[in-house]
Ligand binder design. Structure first.
Ligand code: PLP
Length: 397
């Protein structure tokens, strides 16, 4: 791909796909790859899901865009459905995860402002977090490699170690507005926050008048076997950012809020040109049609158990390659013994796509619709990849 006019911001694999079918991606030359990267947790229903294709093409023949100057029935409907199926009362639609986070952060600050606390604007976050690539979300994520060279870090973000709730409590001051976290860190290495920690954070927010913001851009929309990951802990946020899986491959996101938190966002204080447009809403509603079908989420949990058991056996067999398995539902991490980039390459050599993450982990994010046969095939390929790495390591390679 050299000589390309594109920014060189991505270390792309030398692979181009022409089409996708379910859990599979197919190159122009007809090579089939088993896609357990899922566009980094985006392809929630796999590739070319007939219901999504129909929803998008039907809408494309009718109306693409009108702007938020007008009523958008599909947007009202999707908003109501998200609210009915979550803690939320109000929804603001965006085009991406980072924009959903921007909306959540702005809403938290504005909430404090209109409730007589303009001094409260700081947000506490956790190490290993990833919240996007805008100037505010790189500040929220706090990772030096994403902040370097982009001028002064956006003011107002304070970070503590992963899951250090005591440190978060100590950091709460007169200027604190909110606490922000991913219930299961994705890029940070598939690290779930313990239920007890989420409960303590909720209590801290209530005690100090702070808003609790969950980033479920990666772990939401059925990925963990519940519609939203925080449901496992029984702890509700005041604000939540989602994206990725809700669009199933169509770019969209949303900020969900309680009535109280959203009350600060009155006419004109926030906006978007594309967010919530008819095409995105048609797809978002179609994704929910499938994910909310009775038994769908139970199937995600059943398949998750199947793959987890298989992975645990592979880790037992090749401890020199894989140290352990972590994660929740179909958001799984292989903690690697050898460099995760090496493991990722070996998996790709066996035509299995996965995604490296922090903490030397490989992420597996298959479509929620993946079949038992695809899972068995993936396990066979992962085992073969691990076996080849183990053999090479044993012979000093
Ligand atoms: C947890 C989390 N938050 C936010 C984002 C940013 O989303 P986007 O890339 O759509 O802006 C991501 C993307 O990987 C993510 O995983």
């Amino acid at each position: 791909m050299s000589g390309s006019a594109l920014f060189e911001t991505f270390a792309r694999a030398p692979l181009a796909f022409e089409r996708g079918e379910g859990s599979w991606l197919i190159t122009e030359g007809g090579e089939r790859y088993l896609d357990f990267a899922g566009g980094i947790a985006v392809n929630s229903l796999g590739h070319s899901h007939p219901h999504l294709v129909e929803a998008l093409t039907e809408q494309a023949a009718k109306l693409w865009h009108v702007s938020n100057l007008y009523q958008i029935p599909g947007q009202s409907r999707l908003g109501e459905r998200l609210a009915e199926n979550s803690f939320a009362d109000r929804v603001f639609f965006t085009n991406s995860g980072a924009e959903a986070l921007e909306c959540a952060i702005k809403t938290a600050r504005r909430y404090q402002y209109v409730n007589g606390h303009p001094e409260r604007y700081r947000v506490i976050t956790f190490e290993g977090a990833f919240h996007g690539r805008t100037l505010a979300t790189i500040a929220a994520g706090g990772q030096a490699k994403y902040l370097e060279g982009f001028g002064p870090k956006v003011e107002g973000f304070d970070q503590v170690a992963f899951d250090d709730i005591d440190a978060a409590e100590k950091l709460i001051g007169p200027e604190t507005a909110a606490i922000l976290l991913e219930p299961v860190q994705g890029e940070g290495g598939i690290r779930p926050f313990p239920t007890q920690s989420l409960k303590r954070l909720r209590q801290l927010c209530d005690k100090h008048g702070l808003l609790l913001i969950f980033d479920e851009v990666q772990c939401g929309i059925g990925r963990t076997g519940k519609l939203f990951a925080h449901e496992w802990a029984g702890v509700n946020p005041d604000l939540m950012a989602i994206a990725k899986g809700i669009g199933g491959g169509f770019p969209m996101g949303a900020c969900l809020a309680t009535e109280e938190a959203a009350s600060a966002m009155t006419a004109g204080v926030h906006g978007t040109t594309f967010g919530g447009n008819p095409l995105a809403m048609a797809v978002g509603n179609a994704v929910l049609d499938v994910v909310l079908e009775e038994g769908f989420l139970d199937e995600v949990s059943r398949k998750a158990l199947l793959i987890k058991q298989g992975l645990a056996a592979i880790a037992d067999e090749f401890p020199d390659v894989i140290e352990g398995i972590r994660g929740s539902g179909l958001m799984l991490g292989l903690k690697c013994t050898m460099p995760n980039t090496k493991v990722n390459m070996a998996l790709r050599d066996h035509k299995l796509l996965a995604v490296p993450a922090g903490d030397n982990v490989i992420r597996l994010l298959p479509p929620l619709t993946t079949s038992d046969a695809d899972i068995q095939e993936a396990l066979a390929r992962i085992r073969a990849g691990a076996a080849s790495l183990s053999k090479a390591a044993a012979s000093g390679g």
